[in-house]
Design a protein around this ligand. Structure first.
Ligand SMILES: NC(=O)c1ccc[n+]([C@@H]2O[C@H](COP(=O)([O-])OP(=O)(O)OC[C@H]3O[C@@H](n4cnc5c(N)ncnc54)[C@H](O)[C@@H]3O)[C@@H](O)[C@H]2O)c1
Length: 276
């Protein structure tokens, strides 16, 4: 991709944080942008801050019908669509035994199924148009690294990474690119998302890692930097988009644990290749 001027991008979670910054970046590149978010008031206020060809649609990514309606609204507004950014997400934390199952389902429905719903709604349109296209799915560094107290969030983001890796392989021959956005700490409103979890319990206050994570987000990098980098990585058609190089050594630690088992397995006779 060399130029996205006149192309149309659909962005979820566009009323705040990374989604709003991506909207501004893509509008600056003269793309049409459809801003989708569940929060109607925030969406209206956010759209007023953007200069460019913008449309808004209120949409709940957890509801496949809602995304389908948003996809139809995108075509009604701009006639075609080329870039889909499945970015909306929420967070909650808690130790094992301390996270209500309804909160587990809530976060998986938004963080994982929201991405799946976006792909299912827009892929038929991209195929019908026959011009290729691009998906950017927002995961997290938490989609590669486990952290205490972050079970539901980490599980949802590992799933987004795995799903998106498959998607990239499946769609490569259709000229539809895929990138996976994997930031660590970004200064946004994500730390407040837990307040909307269905259980409404106050058990989160006991959760391991809560305060550290909230502080890290407050001291995180600017969403504008993430959006700018994401745009560059999409143009370069890179699968992974990382934003915090200082954490890469932790990925090596994970690989070392995997290698340790692989080495043990390789020398165990139960896994030896049958001879002859
Ligand atoms: N901020 C960070 O440190 C960080 C780090 C890694 C990954 N992320 C990921 O970045 C993405 C964007 O988060 P953010 O940090 O900008 O947070 P944010 O809270 O500032 O923005 C998230 C937006 O998503 C919207 N949203 C929530 N549920 C929705 C739903 N069901 N349907 C549609 N919209 C919905 C919210 O209304 C909000 O406008 C998320 O997927 C998050 O997990 C954030």
């Amino acid at each position: 991709m060399t130029n996205i001027a006149g192309k149309t991008a659909f962005i979820t979670g566009a009323a705040s944080g990374i989604g709003l910054a991506l909207t501004a970046r893509f509008a600056k590149a003269n793309a049409n942008v459809v801003m989708a978010d569940i929060d109607a008031n925030a969406l209206t206020a956010a759209a007023a801050t953007i200069t460019g060809n913008i449309a808004t649609v209120v949409c709940d990514v957890a509801d496949p019908k809602s995304i389908k309606i948003a996809a139809d609204a995108t075509i009604a507004a701009f006639g075609s669509v080329h870039i889909i950014i499945n970015n909306a997400g929420v967070s909650t934390s808690g130790r094992p035994g301390n996270v209500p199952l309804e909160d587990w389902r809530w976060i998986m429905d938004i963080n994982l199924m929201g991405v799946v719903h976006g792909v299912e709604a827009f892929l038929p349109i991209l195929r019908e148009q026959g011009e290729g296209g691009y998906f950017i799915n927002t995961a997290s560094l938490a989609g590669h690294l486990a952290g205490k107290g972050m079970g539901p969030y980490t599980a949802s983001k590992f799933a987004v990474v795995g799903y998106s890796e498959v998607l990239a392989q499946e769609l490569a021959h259709e000229n539809i690119g895929v990138s996976i956005l994997c930031p660590a700490w970004v200064k946004t409103s994500i730390a407040d998302a837990y307040k909307k979890r269905p259980s409404g319990t106050d058990r989160l206050d006991e959760a391991a890692g809560k305060h550290e994570a909230f502080e890290a987000v407050a001291n995180g990098i600017d969403a504008d930097v993430v959006a700018d980098w994401t745009y560059d990585c999409m143009m370069a058609r890179r699968l992974y988009i990382f934003t915090h190089p200082r954490y890469h050594s932790f990925l090596d630690e994970r690989k070392a644990l995997i290698d340790a088992d692989a080495d043990a397995c390789a020398t165990d006779q139960r896994f030896a290749k049958p001879s002859g």
